[in-house]
Design a protein around this ligand. Structure first.
Ligand SMILES: [Zn+2]
Length: 77
């Protein structure tokens, strides 16, 4: 068993509410019965609500998700 197995990997583009700088955040979804499968499910998921955002430029804690892509290649990289 691979304990680090993930079901999906997403890249979130998050814009800082304060300084408007975009940063990319990688979210790994662990293998689980209720793991989100697809971007729509991810956006609805508790997993995403648990993500903590801190701007790398100004340390603001509020970010707005402006884009999400699913990265199927990255899982095995
Ligand atoms: Zn910022």
């Amino acid at each position: 068993m691979d304990e680090t197995a993930i079901a999906a990997r997403f890249r979130l583009k998050v814009r800082c509410f304060n300084c408007k700088v975009d940063t990319i955040h990688t979210v790994d979804v662990p293998v689980a019965d209720d793991a989100p499968d697809g971007i729509d499910e991810l956006l609805d998921s508790q997993l995403l609500r648990n993500q903590r955002f801190t701007c790398r430029s100004c340390d603001a804690a509020i970010g707005v998700i402006v884009g999400v892509t699913e990265d199927r290649e990255g899982i095995y990289a």
